[in-house]
Ligand binder design. Sequence first.
Ligand code: NBP
Length: 467
Amino acid sequence: MQKSEIGLIGLATMGANLARNIANNKFKISVFNRTTEKTTKFIAEYGNEYLVGQEELKDFVKSLKAPRKIILLVKAGWPVDAFIDKLTPLLDKGDLIIDGGNSNYKDTQKRTTALKEKGIEFLGCGVSGGEEGALNGPSLMPGGSKKAYNKVSKILNKIAAKDFNGNPCVTYIGNNGAGHYVKTVHNGIEYGVMQMIAEAYEIFRSVYKLKAPEIAKIFKNYNRGKLKSYLFEITSEVLDRKDQYKKGYLIDYILDKAGQKGTGRWTAIDALERAVALPTVTEAVFARITSGEKDTRKRLNKIYSKAKVKNKIPLNKFISKLGDALYAGMLSSYAQGYHLIQKTAAEEGWEIDLSEVSRIWEGGCIIRADILNFLHKAYAKNQNKHLFEIKDISNGMIKTIPKLREICGYAQSNGVAIPALSTSLAYFEMMTNENSSANLIQGLRDYFGAHTYERTDKKGSYHTEWN
Ligand code: NBP
């Protein structure tokens, strides 16, 4: 039997759909899963001349053309190591393992080094787009050696989503953990944008007392303008879904406890460790954590009364102002994420092209949005700049920031928590303020701890005897 071009291990949501995508593009693929019944069922349903299954790992490896290329799409963490350990004795020098899961980039760096010693190539490839993206075209963020990337670039280019110009949403991101890092920051930005959407929904619900389908209509309209994006599109669909069990809309029966698998938290932790401000993502993570405190919230809700709604802005005006505020908030969130990537790339020695990163996020991934085409063009000539410095962006910020200021004040005075919107604003205010209040922080630190301070008028480090 003719050998397969590529192999894939892990037939849950992502692996099963990505395998079908590869086969649909006429690359012969062998698949394997830890639990054999899943392979049998999958092949019975989707098997064909391009898609074949193996029950034994050694037969799976034997079924692949040399140098072998194997995609792992198993649960992130130790299952990835478990498979690498099982695979390596069966592989030859020059073979390639591609981890397509949401692995922590630090693990990818360790795995790259360990496998290199054995002569085995390793790519950490971020795959975004969920089930639908995996099947019809994901956004792909491969990191590792260029040599390893070149071995699979033909397949990756074929199976990826398309950007606004019809080019594949895949690019070589950088060495070792760069691909998984960029995927992690992508997910962090996703957390921030989702939180801002949820905050907008909350203002409509609690201040304007709008019902789910009315809010769905507003998001549908937002999705026709500069906020056009996958997340806004699906927001209107989620809000418009009728419940199948009871009268009314499904959203009103969904428990308000947000889950998380860890990539948002990793992004926030990494930013803290590298001393880069990433408040929108971090607040979005905190908001999910706070949502999990349902019982405590229930008890506290009985003690404190809700703020009374005052000075209501007419709904039509509010919708327009909030649209601008969301736009400014999203740009602020992107600015933070991109700044983090810039700083990390410099520290890790990765040459990450932010214009290319924006381009491959134009299609297939969860944060795909018209804004990304704008960022793609904006970064083409401004690689090392902060997003707020780029002329086209600053023009947009200057127009929309006043609305973000107004909306934040309005929501807070009406008792609506808007952590992501307000911190996106605070980030903008602080980053664009030449004279911050950190002089007082330095004075206080020097007072109680003799930590010293620098002066504005002369060089050096100073200490004052405050007492
Ligand atoms: P899961 O993350 O749910 O993992 C399921 C797969 O991992 C199955 O094939 C399972 O085998 C295997 N597995 C487990 Br669980 N424990 C294992 C172990 N100890 N040793 C070997 N295999 C083990 O699947 P998924 O949702 O398809 O996601 C795959 C990867 O893609 C993850 O890293 C995920 O974070 C990432 N990702 C997911 C999405 C999404 O929308 N779901 C989007 C983007 C990225 P079994 O069948 O024998 O239990």
